[in-house]
Design a protein around this ligand. Structure first.
Ligand code: GUN
Length: 294
């Protein structure tokens, strides 16, 4: 019988811990953490994500400010806004919601954010520091998965781990973190992607599988060995008549088939997603406390 990794429940616990810490800071007259988010345009999913992030902040007592611009905002104006926020001592963390309109270079934007305020952990300085094991902001989804591994005391030492997907914000950083010489880590990591030959054979060898390719119900039971630990990062939106919003989320794992073979597995929704959200709060708290860059 598999054990469900209850991301929502753990995220609520972590949120309560953060709320307590913010409240302690407030009582001592310290600096209340403050997150700024920049959103350009009106992409529905992006608007939803940013609204969630603001709601999360208010639930734990973190201040947040949204800078929302029309999609004809010039790249130069966006960069100027980022520089202004970089200089603003009131703001501890800054995220620029992606994707951006085509006329704006995402890489240029990311590189403009002060690494000390880059609570998304996307800046090359943070990525580089993470790679060599220096204190750094870790991007939210890998950080959330590591937290779940810790809280469920999942053994990673010497385990074979297969990560499906090589994105800069999930697959790539997670592959590095899980092979680091500390816990959670010391795993033997293989990254699979669209050009991998016989992915099923590779995945079937894994003690831990992370499905992060963004393809609904990709991971089937014949790709999973008995007793594997399975993390599902997928969040494909599909229309649904049974929800108020008119859509529902589908993971990258065919849950009903895979769960009976797994030892631990995350559901979608309520698995990795809530931990991703909470990781941003943790990074914002770290930013306010100047724990990564003093
Ligand atoms: N778009 C999708 N995921 C993310 C994220 O984690 N941060 C930002 N800034 N944009 C995103």
């Amino acid at each position: 019988m598999y054990k469900l990794i209850e991301g929502k429940k753990i995220a609520d616990q972590v949120k309560a811990e953060i709320k307590q810490e913010v409240s302690d800071i407030r009582e001592k007259g310290g600096k209340i953490p403050h997150l700024a988010a920049i959103l350009v345009g009106h992409d529905g999913a992006s608007e939803t994500y940013v609204a969630y992030k603001q709601k999360d902040c208010s639930q734990v007592g973190i201040e947040s400010t949204l800078f929302h611009y029309e999609d004809d905002l010039s790249e130069a104006d966006l960069l100027a806004k980022i520089e202004e926020i970089n200089r603003n001592e009131e703001i501890d963390g800054l995220i620029v919601q992606l994707p951006l309109p085509e006329h704006i270079s995402e890489q240029k934007v990311i590189e403009h954010i002060n690494p000390g305020k880059d609570v998304d952990g996307f800046h090359p300085v943070n990525v580089g520091r993470m790679v060599i094991g220096l204190p750094a902001y870790i991007s939210a989804t890998p950080a959330g998965i590591l937290e779940l591994i810790k809280r469920y005391k999942i053994d990673t030492v010497g385990k074979t781990c297969v990560i499906i997907g090589r994105s800069n914000i999930v697959g790539k950083p997670l592959s590095i973190l899980l092979s680091q010489k500390k816990y959670p880590g010391n795993a033997t990591v293989t990254v699979c992607h669209s050009r991998t030959k016989d992915l099923a054979l590779t995945a079937r060898n894994a003690d831990i599988i992370v499905a992060a390719l963004g393809q609904a119900e990709f991971l089937k039971s014949d790709m999973v060995k008995e007793g594997a630990v399975v993390f599902d990062v997928g969040i494909t939106r599909v229309p649904s008549e049974n929800t108020k919003s008119g859509w529902k989320l589908i993971g990258d794992v065919k849950f009903d088939e895979v769960a009976p073979k797994a030892s631990f597995i995350t559901p979608v929704p309520g698995g990795v997603g809530p931990m991703t959200r909470v990781a941003l709060l943790k990074n914002t708290l770290l930013a306010a406390k100047k724990e990564i860059y003093s």
